[in-house]
Write a protein that binds this ligand. Structure first.
Ligand code: SF4
Length: 474
C-alpha cells in the first residue's frame, strides 16, 4: 500500500491528485488524515507543514529534508510546495516522470495566468519545458480571444445529449437514441420551448454553441425546428459566433447543413477522431473515413467559414497513426484542429489501467503532432485536461489566426457567463472578483422533458439582470 499521512494541513485534494497520477486508484481517510492507494508497492510517506512544508518517507526524514532543501531552495506557498515535494519524492522512488509534473487539475492555463511565466511552471510545478511553453502560449492566445468577446454579452450553450450509438471510448453522459426511440421529437419540442423562453430574454449574445452528444442526431424536421427556434428567438446577428457540433459524419445530411446555413452558422465541427478505418470500427464509431471526407467537402462547398475537426491521440493501435491523421487533416486545411487525449471514466469500455499503461510513446507523438500544426500556422488557443488521461496528457484546440472559437475560451476560462439549455447542461454565472456559480439542468432526459418550463424560469432568475424579463410567457 502507498500511504501519505497529512500532518498540519488539509491538502487532501492536491495529495490525492499527485498520488493518482502515479498509482491510479486513491482513497481518502479524512478521519485518520491520510490518503492511500491499494498498490502492490509499499511506501509510507509523511507530508508535514509546521515551519515550512516537508515531505519524507517514514523513518527517513533527515535524508529527505536535506534532499528537498537542496533541490528546492526557493520557498513557495505551502499549497504548491506540498504537491511539488510529493511529486518529486514519488518520481524518485518510482523512476516515473509526467509531462505536467505536479500540475494537476483541469485548467492548466488558469495556473499559467497566476504564475505568469514558463520558468515558474517549471520551477514550481516541475512541468516539462515543452508543456510549460505550450501552456503559456495557449494562455496568451486565450487572453486575445477573450478580448474579442463583450464581457456583458451572454454565451449560450444548447445541449443535445443523444448519440446514434455509443463510441467505446466515450465517457460523456449521452444517451444512445435506441434507449429513447420516440422521445427524440419530444426532446426537440422541449428544447425549442426553452430556447424560445430563455432566448427572448437575452439582451446580448457573444457566442452560441450547439453541442452534444450529437446535435445532428435529430431527424431533419426536428433539427430544422431547433435551428428555426434559435433564429426566431435569440438575438443572433452577423456578429454572433454560432457553432454546431455536427460531430458524427454519419448524422449530417444536406437538409441539416442547409438549415445551419440559413440561421448563419459559421462554425461547424466534423470529427473524424482518426483517419484509420480499422480504429473507427474497433471503437464502434459507425462511420468511415470516406464519409468524413465527403461531408467535409460538402460543408466546404456550402461555404461554412470555419470547420473544426477533432482527433483523439491514443485511439489507434500504434501512436504514430496520429501523425498520419494530422497529415491528412493538414491536406484538407480545416481552420481548427483539436487534439484530445484518450481518457476513460467509469462508463467507457476500456479499463482504466489499459489507458494508463497505454502511453508507449504517445507523449512524444503528441509533441510531433503539435510541431506539425505549428509549422502550418495553427496556434494553440484553448486547453484542458481530464482525470485519467493517458500519461496525464492534455486536450488542445488549435486554430489558424482569426478562426478561434470564442465560446470554447469563454467556457474553459470561467471568465464569461454561459447560459446552458437542454438536459444535463450547466450554466455558469460570473460575479465580480472572478467568483462564479453554477446552475444545473436535470440530467435525466425524461425529467427534463417533464420539467423544462420550470427549469427555464429558474434559469432566467438565476441570471438576474443578465437576461431581460419582460417579454412573453411560455
Ligand atoms: S459521438 Fe461523441 S459523445 Fe457520442 S458516443 Fe461518440 S464520442 Fe461520445
Amino acid at each position: 500500500m502507498i500511504e501519505v499521512k497529512l500532518i498540519g494541513h488539509d491538502g487532501f485534494y492536491g495529495i490525492s491528485d499527485v498520488l493518482r497520477l502515479f498509482f491510479g486508484n486513491v482513497k481518502e481517510d479524512r478521519g485518520e488524515h491520510r490518503v492511500f492507494s491499494e498498490s502492490e508497492e509499499d511506501l509510507r510517506i509523511v507530508s508535514e507543514v509546521s515551519d515550512g512544508a516537508v515531505t519524507y518517507v517514514e523513518g527517513e526524514r533527515d535524508l529527505w529534508e536535506k534532499t528537498l532543501r537542496e533541490r528546492f531552495p526557493e520557498v513557495i506557498e505551502p499549497k504548491r510546495e506540498i504537491k511539488r515535494q510529493l511529486y518529486f519524492l514519488l518520481s524518485k522512488k518510482t523512476g516515473k516522470d509526467f509531462p505536467w509534473g505536479s500540475l494537476t487539475g483541469i485548467r492548466p492555463t488558469v495556473v499559467a495566468k497566476e504564475v505568469g511565466t514558463a520558468e515558474k511552471l517549471i520551477s514550481d510545478y516541475m512541468v516539462r519545458p515543452d508543456k510549460a511553453r505550450l501552456c503559456i502560449m495557449t494562455k496568451d492566445n486565450e487572453e486575445k480571444v477573450l478580448g474579442l468577446s463583450d464581457e456583458d454579452a451572454m454565451n449560450v450553450y444548447i445541449g443535445v445529449p443523444f448519440c446514434p450509438s455509443r463510441c467505446a471510448y466515450c465517457s460523456f453522459v449521452s444517451e444512445e437514441i435506441s434507449h429513447h426511440l420516440g422521445r427524440l421529437g419530444e426532446y426537440a419540442s422541449a428544447l425549442t420551448d426553452e430556447i424560445s423562453y430563455v432566448g427572448r430574454r437575452i439582451k446580448k449574445m457573444s457566442s452560441l454553441y450547439v453541442g452534444g452528444g450529437t446535435p445532428t442526431v435529430f431527424s431533419d424536421e426536428d433539427f430544422e425546428k431547433v435551428m428555426r427556434a434559435i433564429k426566431d428567438n435569440m438575438p443572433v446577428n452577423g456578429k454572433t459566433e454560432i457553432t454546431v457540433e455536427a460531430g458524427r459524419p454519419d448524422t449530417i445530411t444536406d437538409r441539416k447543413l442547409k438549415a445551419m446555413k440559413e440561421i448563419g452558422v459559421q462554425r461547424i465541427c466534423i470529427n473524424p477522431q482518426t483517419l484509420c478505418d480499422e480504429t473507427l470500427k474497433r471503437f464502434n464509431r459507425k462511420h468511415t473515413v470516406a464519409e468524413f471526407y465527403s461531408v467535409f467537402e460538402k460543408a466546404r462547398k456550402m461555404g461554412f467559414e470555419i470547420i473544426n475537426t477533432d482527433l483523439i491521440a491514443g485511439l489507434d493501435k500504434e501512436p504514430e497513426e496520429l501523425l498520419k491523421s494530422v497529415e491528412g487533416l493538414l491536406e484538407l486545411g480545416p481552420e481548427n484542429i483539436t487534439i484530445h487525449t484518450l481518457y476513460k471514466k467509469r462508463r467507457a469500455a476500456l479499463s482504466r489501467q489499459e489507458v494508463l499503461d497505454g502511453d508507449d510513446g504517445l507523449d512524444a507523438v503528441l509533441g510531433k503532432a503539435y510541431e506539425m500544426l505549428e509549422c502550418k500556422g495553427y496556434k494553440p488557443y484553448y486547453m484542458y485536461r481530464q482525470k485519467d488521461t493517458s500519461h496525464g496528457l492534455e486536450n488542445v484546440g488549435f486554430a489558424l489566426e482569426g478562426a478561434e472559437c470564442i465560446y470554447n475560451v469563454a467556457m474553459m476560462t470561467d471568465r464569461r457567463n454561459v447560459i446552458a439549455l437542454g438536459a444535463g447542461s450547466v450554466s455558469k454565472r460570473i460575479f465580480e472578483g472572478g467568483r462564479f456559480e453554477r446552475f444545473s439542468s436535470p440530467k435525466d432526459v425524461l425529467i427534463y422533458i417533464r420539467d423544462h418550463e420550470e427549469v427555464a424560469k429558474r434559469k432566467v432568475d438565476f441570471f438576474g439582470n443578465g437576461v431581460e424579463d419582460e417579454v412573453s410567457e411560455m
